[in-house]
Design a protein around this ligand. Structure first.
Ligand SMILES: [Zn+2]
Length: 417
C-alpha cells in the first residue's frame, strides 16, 4: 500500500509526501511517483500525529460523571466504586470511544494506564492506533493482592505476545500511595527483564507529597530513588511536587516526565510545573491529557496551549515554553520517551501524521502555522489522520463512528447506575 499527499503545507512550503507501507519514503516538491491513493493536501498543513503520553482510555465513559471534588474524595467516593462495575464490554467500548476522540483530534499514539488489556487491545487494534496498554497494578500494601498483581502481570505478558506490533504491553503500578515498595521493585525488574515501558503517577498532589514525607521520610522522587527503580524506561505522570534535588535525580537517571496540565489544574493538584528547570537539566518532558474523568477530553491541542500559557503565567515570563517547544512535547518527545520511530515528518520515520484544515477561521490569517495550531486552533481542525501508513480519518470521517457513540452511551449508563 502506498499513499501520496500532494501539495500539503510543510515547513511553510507546499510539499509532496510519499508513504510506502508503514514509512514516510520521500518528501519533496512535484514527486514523480505512482501511489495507490492520492490525498489532496491543498489548504492543509501536515504535522506529526500527537503522542498522548498519559491517558486512561476507557475512562472516557466517566466524562462529566464526578465533577469538582478533591482528588482523594473523587477517587474513593466516585471513581473507584463506579470502576468496580466495569465489564469487558464497558472497557472495549470506552476504549473505542477514546480512540475515536483521539483520531478526531490528531493523536496517533497513546500511553494508556487502565485495566483489561485484552479488551483494550482489541479496541485499539480495530481503530488502527499505536498504543502502550497495561493492566495497572495496585496492592494497597497487602501481600495477597501483591501476589495476585504479579501473577496477573505475568499472564498479561503472555497475552501481549499475540498483539500486533503497533500495540505494546507496559507495566504501570498506579502510585506510591497504592503500591508497596516491594511491588514497585518487582515491577521495575519485570520491566527491565522484558523490555517494557514502565509508567506510574508521581508527585501529583500536595497530599501525596506530604504523605510521602510522613510515611517514608522522603519526597516522592527520593523515595523511588531509594527503591532503586529509576531508569531511562521509566516515565512519570505529573511530577508537580518536586524540588531542585528531585529534578537533578530524575536527570541523572534519564527518567522521562509527562506533563498533564489540564488535569493538574482542574483537580487542583498544583500549577507550578517546573518545565524550565527540567529542560535545563536535559529531561525529556512530554505531554498527556490524563483521563476524561479528570480533564474531560483527549484533545492534545488544548493540552499544548494550556502547558504553554500556564508556564508563562506562573513565571510572569511570556518567553518560556514557545509554540515550537509545545509541539515537540506533544510529538517527538513522546515518541522518544516510548522508543518509537515517529513524532517527526521525516523520511524514514513511521507514517504517523495528521493534516489540519487551513481553511478554518482559526488558521486565518496564517502568519505562523505552528502558532495557530498551538494557540488558536483546537482538535476539530484536524481533517485527516494517518497511522502506520493507514488512513484512519479522511475529511473528518472515521469508519464506524455512530456505532461507537451509541454503544458508549449505553455502557456509560451501566457504570453510572
Ligand atoms: Zn492519570
Amino acid at each position: 500500500m502506498s499513499l501520496l499527499i500532494r501539495n500539503v503545507l510543510f515547513n511553510e512550503k507546499p510539499t509532496d509526501i510519499f508513504i510506502e507501507g508503514t514509512l514516510i519514503k520521500q518528501i519533496g516538491q512535484d514527486l514523480q511517483v505512482n501511489a495507490d491513493e492520492i490525498i489532496a493536501g491543498d489548504k492543509k498543513a501536515v504535522f506529526p500525529g500527537f503522542v498522548n503520553a498519559h491517558s486512561h482510555a476507557a475512562m472516557t465513559l466517566f466524562r462529566g460523571f464526578a465533577e469538582d471534588l478533591p482528588l482523594e474524595r473523587w477517587l474513593k467516593e466516585k471513581i473507584w466504586p463506579a470502576e468496580a462495575k466495569n465489564t469487558d464490554e464497558t472497557i472495549y467500548w470506552g476504549t473505542k470511544l477514546a480512540c475515536l476522540e483521539m483520531i478526531e483530534t490528531g493523536t496517533t499514539c497513546f500511553n494508556d494506564m487502565y485495566f483489561r488489556p485484552k479488551q483494550a487491545y482489541q479496541a485499539v487494534s480495530e481503530m488502527g492506533l499505536r498504543a502502550m496498554i497495561t493492566d495497572s497494578i495496585f496492592d494497597f500494601f497487602d501481600s495477597e493482592r501483591r501476589e495476585h498483581a504479579k501473577r496477573l502481570t505475568e499472564e498479561n505478558l503472555k497475552l501481549a505476545q499475540t498483539f500486533d506490533s503497533t500495540v505494546r504491553y507496559s507495566i504501570a503500578p498506579h502510585a506510591i500511595y497504592t503500591v508497596s515498595a516491594e511491588l514497585f521493585k518487582w515491577s521495575a525488574d519485570f520491566a527491565k527483564a522484558n523490555g517494557l515501558v514502565f509508567h506510574t503517577h508521581l508527585a501529583e498532589s500536595r497530599s501525596e507529597y506530604e504523605n510521602s514525607i510522613k510515611d517514608f521520610g522522603l519526597s516522592p522522587v527520593k523515595y523511588l530513588h531509594k527503591l532503586g527503580v529509576l531508569s531511562p524506561n521509566l516515565s512519570l505522570a505529573h511530577v508537580v511536587w518536586v524540588d531542585d534535588e528531585d529534578i537533578q535525580i530524575l536527570a541523572d537517571y534519564d527518567v522521562k516526565v509527562v506533563h498533564n496540565p489540564l488535569s493538574n489544574l482542574k483537580i487542583a493538584s498544583g500549577y507550578k510545573f517546573k518545565y524550565e528547570e527540567m529542560k535545563q537539566k536535559g529531561i525529556t518532558v512530554c505531554l498527556g491529557t490524563d483521563g476524561c474523568a479528570s480533564s474531560n477530553n483527549l484533545d492534545m491541542t488544548e493540552a499544548m496551549k494550556v502547558a504553554s500559557i500556564l508556564q508563562k503565567a506562573w513565571r510572569f515570563d511570556p518567553t518560556v515554553l514557545s509554540e515550537k517547544e509545545a509541539l515537540d512535547m506533544a510529538t517527538i518527545n513522546g515518541a522518544k520517551t516510548f522508543g518509537i520511530n515517529a513524532g517527526l515528518v521525516k523520511e524514514g520515520c513511521l507514517a504517523d501524521l495528521m493534516l489540519v484544515d487551513l481553511n478554518q477561521s482559526t488558521f486565518t490569517p496564517n502568519h505562523n502555522t505552528i502558532a495557530n495550531l498551538v494557540y488558536a486552533a483546537n482538535g476539530s481542525t484536524v481533517d485527516t489522520v494517518i497511522c502506520n501508513g493507514q488512513v484512519l480519518m479522511k475529511n473528518r470521517t472515521v469508519q464506524g463512528r455512530q456505532e461507537i457513540i451509541d454503544n458508549a452511551h449505553q455502557m456509560a449508563r451501566i457504570i453510572a447506575e
